[in-house]
Design a protein around this ligand. Sequence first.
Ligand code: UDP
Ligand code: MG
Length: 325
Amino acid sequence: MSDLISVIVPCYNEETALPLFYEELHKVIETMNNVEFEVLFIDDGSSDNTRNVILDLESKYNNVRYVFFSRNFGKDAAMKAGLDHATGDYVVIMDADLQDPPALLPEMYSYVSSGEYDSAATRRVTRKGEPPIRSFFARMFYKLMGKISDADIMDGARDYRMMNRKFVGALLQMKEYNWFSKGIFGSVGFKTKWIEFENVERVAGETKWSFWKLFKYSIEGIVAFSTTPLVLSSAMGLLMCLVAIIFVIFIIVRKLLYGDPVAGWPSMVCIISFIAGIQMFSLGIIGQYLAKTYLEVKRRPMYIIDEKNTNDKKEEVNVKEEKEA
Ligand code: UDP
Ligand code: MG
């Protein structure tokens, strides 16, 4: 029996890009003999015509599956939904804007199907066409993450990755609400083949990531995959204690030697505001972790489905039961 590859495509306001995407993907699929494909579109609460475009594709091609969210839950949630619903022997995640070249699929498949690798991942070696300031902060983020986190997060790594069932199974065991994909992919282990390519600009539509959104996302990533900031705030506390002790000794010695001319009001204000600043900063760090913990303990679903045409295992069970009855 030939292998089935599930292609997961998170879509958020991609009405212009989707038809072009499917066309390109189809061309590559045609060249791959002995492999079956299912294309699983996840509509992440688009406000444009994306849903109808997907329904239109579904009516034309019999390998199209879809899951529609009730609102926008973010790309991570869309990827998670894709992994939850994919049935293939191999699963690949691709952006809808053709920034993940479908032409790499045969190569990726050759690595994972040979059994030598459990996943074939891609990273872009250039950030051509991206605002320089964005590239700069992205680089800083990857450097920082490399230092403070156990997860192996590769600079320029895209979410475009083909995985075998073993790899997908491991991802699905990560039950957290704050499912930060970049960290999760890098934390499960297994053997990954990295494929490098030049950055491609999006074919149509606009990027969904503003600078502010990316910034918030990177903080989320740090909180999800590192506890170093907490250690940092304790370290700062300790350092401040040391400085204070030295200062006390200095003041006592000065009093004994020179008496006590009351002065130093401005320096006092500086010291108090400095310490208050550090305290608020540390509280903020703790608050970040507390907020995430709060969200985790609520156990809310990562996404809510409005409509879908996939066969869940659950539904399959129901069908079987009906037949038996
Ligand atoms: N996306 C999504 N939900 C979101 C934002 C983005 O599903 O809330 C999808 C989007 O449709 C695209 C992919 O994630 O298929 C990558 O988004 P985008 O191209 O805007 O990001 P960039 O490539 O600029 O980092
Ligand atoms: Mg893109």
